[in-house]
Design a protein around this ligand. Structure first.
Ligand code: CMX
Length: 437
């Protein structure tokens, strides 16, 4: 397998660098930790290592050192497509190099061979109550696949530590190959009552397969969006809930299925992956209230009304970023190039014009600019995927592409089990008293 060969070649030098840090520089101080950070969700504490992606507050996410526009330009594309092969992005994240077209196609071909989902998984999904949330179904399906984990099997057979990553890579390829099939099945079953097994076509790429299996009207257009969406949602450093959960659970040597199912459960939370449906909901509220796109003045007032009622304006602000999220910009550019006249898109664009000024006036948000969620639902809606509660499943398919390379490299570098230290409230008060003395 091409990813295996590449990682195997790079591994000795990475292991050497990692070992040097751990053995020779273990006592070097990285940063101070404040009481605010301890009681504030460990915000910004520099305590994770990843070389897959980095969020730069001033420029946004970088995948293996490359900004979003660079990634979209440099990665090879299927014939006739403007958006890159998802397999090319996976190659980039796994090995840190831009693949040739042949290399990206090799990953895609490997996925096609692994995309078959066992019957018992479909049976299990079909037996769940109708009102089950699609994220519950998605996470359950991933957990059900754990039965086939190469990592778990080899671990119990006594696999040596220095080859953990090989089994992790096998599981990661199997898992990411099956996710679009499972997601599309859940979509057709839940919202259309169809339970036919989706068929992955080896002659089509990941994005096209997903679009076709989803049964949308404009398969070609939606395939382009799927490629973009999965790439943009893949990775965002390791501290966010879904990525960190994958890392934490994986650090116990739970296999990639166990770890990713847990990661999805975190993604399902309203403060994480669920935000995109709230953003579209807010836009729809505006649309409904004014019977279309309002004037600037009307929108200005509506935004203030939202703030005055004690709510946040969804899709705006960010914990780390201090500029418009490049993932937002990439999706906005995509939509403007394809359906500039769409009413919801025009509304989203007006919001981009008006809301940052309102948030600045209010003076609370550190970043009044839009984040990725401000627009992603609008694009899905345009292509007919209108069941809001499904959007987090889409996010989950994309997120797997980032968290599995992190899992593979964590095993390759022998990253240990996570075990931060807890303090009691009294101990923390004691720290404060001593600092004041
Ligand atoms: N509307 C209204 N108020 C906002 C705001 C917004 N969009 N964004 C931030 N604020 C407020 C915060 O609620 C906070 O108020 P308090 O001091 O009263 O608690 C203040 O501004 C300072 O917050 P911050 O430091 O700028 O932002 P945080 O790091 O605490 O939170 C985030 C970041 C994204 C949760 C926040 O901006 C928010 O709630 N945005 C709206 C929801 C949203 O879009 N979520 C999707 C996030 C996507 C992602 O993480 O990738």
């Amino acid at each position: 397998m091409i990813l295996h060969e590449k990682i195997a070649t790079q591994l000795p030098s990475w292991r050497e660098r990692y070992k040097t840090l751990a053995k020779e520089h273990a006592d070097v101080v990285v940063a101070q930790v404040t009481v605010g950070q301890v009681v504030g969700g460990m915000r910004d504490i520099k305590s994770l290592v990843t070389d897959i992606s980095y969020v730069d507050p001033a420029t946004g996410i970088k995948f293996r050192g490359m900004a979003i526009p660079e990634v979209l330009k440099a990665l090879p594309k299927p014939r006739g497509a403007k958006m890159p092969y998802v397999g090319g992005l996976y190659y980039l994240l796994m090995v840190g190099e831009v693949p040739t077209k042949a290399q990206a196609e090799e990953v895609e071909a490997d996925w096609a061979k692994r995309a078959d989902v066992p019957d018992y998984v479909y049976k299990m999904l079909k037996s769940m109550p109708k009102e089950t949330h699609p994220m519950t179904l998605f996470s359950q399906a991933v957990l059900a696949l754990q039965n086939g984990s190469v990592f778990a099997k080899k671990y119990h057979e006594g696999m040596k530590k220095d080859v953990y990553w090989e089994a992790a890579l096998e599981d990661s390829m199997d898992l990411t190959a099956k996710l679009p099939v499972i997601a599309a099945f859940i979509y057709r079953m839940k919202y259309f009552g169809e339970t036919k097994k989706p068929k992955y076509n080896a002659r089509q790429d990941y994005g096209m397969n997903f679009a076709r299996m989803m049964g949308v009207a404009d398969v070609k257009g939606y395939a382009e969006l799927a490629r973009l969406y999965f790439i943009l949602h893949s990775d965002h450093e390791s501290g966010n809930v879904s990525a960190h959960t994958m890392h934490l659970v994986g650090s116990a040597l739970s296999d990639p299925y166990y770890a990713f199912s847990a990661s999805l459960n975190g993604l399902a939370g309203p403060l994480h992956g669920l935000a995109n449906q709230e953003c579209l909901g807010w836009l729809m509220d505006v649309h409904k209230q004014f019977g279309g796109v309002p004037s600037r003045e009307e929108l200005y007032k509506f935004a203030w009304d939202t703030l005055n009622s004690g709510k946040v304006i969804p899709g705006y602000g960010h914990a780390v970023l201090r500029v418009p999220d490049p993932r937002y910009m990439a999706q906005m550019n995509f939509a403007k190039a394809r359906f500039p006249e769409d009413e919801l898109l025009r509304l989203a664009d007006l919001v981009f014009d008006v809301v940052p000024a309102v948030l600045k006036e209010q003076g609370k948000a550190k970043n009044p600019a839009p984040n990725v969620d401000a627009i992603s639902g609008t694009l899905q809606y345009y292509y007919g995927v209108r069941d809001f509660d499904f959007y987090t499943v889409l996010f989950g398919v994309g997120r797997a592409l980032g968290v599995t390379p992190n899992y593979v490299w964590a095993r390759a570098l022998g990253q240990p089990i996570e075990r931060p230290k807890s303090l009691s409230t009294a101990m923390l008060e004691d720290v404060v008293a001593k600092a004041a003395a």
